[in-house]
Design a protein around this ligand. Structure first.
Ligand SMILES: [Zn+2]
Length: 146
């Protein structure tokens, strides 16, 4: 455990870069979750495709960066990809201002990150499974240290 902690503190440690890279792929999936909920059926197909690409990149990256954790990473990423596919098929009429996928209320909040001052998410929970899998992925990819 302490070895990992030391790695986090040392920005020049090559291990730290691998973890940041994994985090970047996971952020792409996360930001997709903020986007598809506001888009039309046609628009969000491109967002879902980008999220799946980020999942594939995370898997390829993990093969060399986290070989010991690969089974767990593969299974969580497979769950995310299956969920994205399921969401991409939903095409129902929703009320203006609500989530365009599940008709849940759109929630908005402020963040402390200047680049992303506002976050949006679906209060109906259609992204919950993906977000849960992403937070579980933080352990095998060591992202939870950063
Ligand atoms: Zn929703």
């Amino acid at each position: 455990m302490n070895i990992h902690h030391d790695a986090m503190l040392d920005i020049n440690n090559p291990r730290t870069q691998l973890i940041f890279q994994a985090s970047a792929y996971m952020s792409k999936v996360k930001s997709g979750c903020q986007k598809y909920i506001l888009e039309s059926y046609e628009e969000r197909q491109a967002t879902f495709a980008k999220m799946i690409t980020a999942c594939e990149q995370l898997l390829i990256h993990s093969e060399t960066s986290f070989p010991d954790q690969l089974a767990e990473i593969r299974s969580l990423v497979a769950e995310i990809v299956a969920e994205i596919h399921a969401l991409s098929l939903i095409d129902q009429k929703t009320e203006t201002g609500n989530c365009t996928v599940c008709n849940g209320p759109i929630k908005r909040g402020k963040t402390l990150v200047p680049e992303f001052p506002e976050i949006v998410w679906c209060g109906g929970g259609c992204s919950k499974k993906i977000m849960d899998c992403l937070s579980k992925l933080e352990v095998p990819t060591e992202v939870w240290w950063i």
